[in-house]
Design a protein around this ligand. Sequence first.
Ligand code: ZN
Length: 220
Amino acid sequence: MPEWACLPDLKCLFNGLIELKLSPSIESLIDALRCLPGVGPKSAQRMTLHLLERDREGALAIAEALQLALDKVGRCQQCRNFTELSICEVCSDTRRDPSLLCVVETPGDVLAIEQTASYRGLYFVLMGHLSPIDGIGPEDIGLDLLDKRFAQAGVAEVILATNPTVEGEATAWYVAQQAKQAGVTVTRIAHGVPLGGELEYIDASTLAHALSGRTRLPEA
Ligand code: ZN
């Protein structure tokens, strides 16, 4: 009989390994990290073991920064964006044009628009979009506050910059009705062909959007 035949059943051996339990603290850290977008169980496990094994200082810095941010960062009373002040720096910047109000879904959208350095108006951050299936209604995304903002004098144009998704479009439509009732001009950011893109590689719905939103070239 070959020597390996005397070894314990391999299947039982592997089952034993699979049943190996991590400590409760490690398990709870893995679970906690899984709340991050795009982080699945494997990535969460890798991050946890990396922090504990190789970068305990980094782990402490994350924990402290997280605690500080949670203690200090709130919402701007005017635009709902994240800030440590009651009114954020953008809303209180007198060099910006208060007659323009750009409605976006997330603080990340504000950063993206600010990076273009081509917009000098103010923002309103919904922190989401309407989604009846998830029970998210107008008040959950601050549309009652936006209504009050429209009622005050000052906003002449609202620029709808929600995402071109079903929910984003539905939200844009809802805000547009609110704005029209308040006599505020409504515009929607254009969606379409990306700069440097090639038409044959662009999906049909994006191209259809680009065609329907075409603009007249300025006179030479
Ligand atoms: Zn603000």
